[in-house]
Design a protein around this ligand. Structure first.
Ligand code: GLU
Length: 486
């Protein structure tokens, strides 16, 4: 059996969008599941869209996500160069375009911008394209030679038939037949000498022995034109796997503007690379069982591309948050602390035990950026209403809370072991002596210390972290607040 070879072929035009990353991941998984090779090819032939630094971002993302390529710009295994602008310098695209001209499958076109502007346009995949009228197909050999000798700017176009049909096969979408009249004479070589994506992808996929082409389904409609190129050269057509669209929660195409559209944005929002990879794996694919949490190695084992779904995949931020939480909760403490500490330090300026504070949040947060909301009260008690002291189940109200706090202040003033266990034992003794329920005491104490209904720690844990002085300061402020309200 032939060895499977897939490629990730990004255009370095900016951020790494979720759709790009999904293509990379699925290409990686299709290859690795079958023990094949995953290749990185940089498609930088559109000089106008080239963005400085975009290649570095691609490399960084592949490293962070663990999508290690077997071949690429810095790992030439005999199919290089792996960057299209460098491949162009070898003359490969022009050579093949000329071969097509010889075969009558392509032709020089010298039409001026002005002439093209007078031609009919059509909207294909949301983009307006000019339907070329084959004017230059009919130039004589002499006219062409003269134009070339005169140095007239030209492009090379594919010569597609206007009658009949072309059928192609996609692993997910099955056989698709299109009328040849729909196939425009697309440009293969541009006037700047660069090949178009449409041409370069075919030449490169063939010359790099790519067996499976995995990409977004925006390329589905161009595939018959690609197949005509493969056929014209007598090359074997690769297996096509076109991936479903990714939409947002409103079933609109994932907008680049919205924060969750790029990998970088997701990392900045506190998501973990491994959780993002896991989530993205499920954007269009599902395993046989209902399990949803997978390491990359498990994905490699499970990923059968026949289980990719054709219908659009919905990017659900809530689900990604949930999944990220699953990863955070299972993380070992050291790794968690390494990533969480900057978020804690941003909030906590007082000399408190930040590690302890960080670890309180580990089982409670979904993403690191949630940390702030859980811990900000350690730095400062927020504004709160005295009604927070009223708790039905704990049977507390403003008056009972004031009584408890009045008792607890001197108890703490005379107590020096501010460790959670000792504090808990001391307050339990008070609870028992008075014949109260634990919550009847702990609720007002915790409210006074935090000003919050929900905290990542109980009253005595908070006392331990705040220490004697700060705790008493807060309890006294609460006492005043309660007195005031009565
Ligand atoms: N350079 C193309 C893109 O970034 C690649 C498409 C493909 O995988 O063939 O969209």
């Amino acid at each position: 059996m032939e060895k499977i070879r897939t490629r990730y072929a990004p255009s370095p035009t900016g951020k790494m969008h979720v759709g790009n990353l999904r293509s990379a991941l699925y290409e990686f998984l299709v290859a690795k599941h079958a023990g094949g090779d995953f290749i990185l090819r940089i498609e930088d032939t559109d000089q106008e869209r080239f963005v400085e630094g975009a290649v570095d971002l691609i490399n960084k993302t592949l490293k962070l996500t663990g999508l290690t390529y077997d071949e690429g710009p810095d790992k030439d295994k005999g199919f290089g160069p792996y960057v299209q602008s460098e491949r162009m310098k070898t003359g490969i695209y022009l050579k093949y375009a000329k071969e097509l001209i010889e075969k009558g499958e392509a032709y020089y076109c010298f039409c001026s911008k002005e002439r093209l502007a007078t031609l009919k346009t059509e909207v294909v995949d949301g983009k307006e394209i000019t339907v070329y009228d084959k004017h230059c197909l009919h130039l004589s050999k002499e006219e062409i030679e003269k134009n070339l000798a005169d140095g007239l700017p030209y492009v090379i176009r594919q010569n597609n038939p206007t009658e009949g049909t072309t059928t192609f096969h996609d692993e997910l979408y099955g056989d698709i037949t299109v009328d040849n009249s729909e196939l425009d004479d697309m440009i293969l070589i541009k006037s700047d000498g660069y090949p178009t994506y449409n041409f370069a992808n075919v030449v490169d996929d063939h010359t790099m022995n790519i067996t499976h082409v995995v990409r977004g389904n925006e390329y589905l409609s161009s595939s018959p034109k690609y197949n005509r190129l493969y056929d014209a050269f007598g090359w074997k057509i690769p297996t096509y796997i076109h991936l479903p669209l990714i939409t947002d929660e409103n079933h609109k195409k994932l907008a680049k503007r919205s924060g969750h559209a790029s990998f970088e944005d997701l990392l900045n929002q506190g998501f973990l690379p491994e959780a993002v990879v896991n989530y993205i794996a499920l954007l269009g694919w599902s395993p046989e069982d209902n399990n949803e949490i997978f390491t990359l190695d498990e994905l490699i084992k499970k990923f059968d591309y026949r289980r990719i779904n054709k219908s659009p995949a919905v990017f659900d931020m809530q689900k990604l948050r949930w999944m990220n939480g699953e990863y955070v909760h299972k993380m070992d403490d050291d790794k968690f602390l390494e990533a969480a500490m900057p978020y804690v330090s941003e909030v906590i300026k007082k000399p408190l035990d930040k590690k302890k504070i960080a670890l309180l949040t580990k089982s409670r947060i979904e993403v690191y950026t949630d940390i702030k909301d859980h811990i900000d009260f350690f730095e400062e008690v927020p504004e709160y209403d005295v009604s927070m002291y009223e708790h039905k189940k704990m049977k507390t109200d403003v008056k009972s809370s004031l009584d408890v706090i009045n008792d607890v202040i001197p108890l703490l003033e005379n107590f020096n072991d501010f460790s959670n266990d000792a504090l808990y034992a001391m307050l339990s003794e008070y609870v028992n002596e008075k014949g109260y329920k634990t919550g009847f005491v702990m609720w007002p104490v915790r409210t006074a210390l935090s000003g919050k209904q929900m905290t990542p720690a109980g009253a005595t844990e908070i006392l331990e972290i705040l220490g004697k002085e700060e705790s008493l300061k807060r309890l006294k402020a609460a006492k005043e607040k309660l007195e005031h309200s009565l």
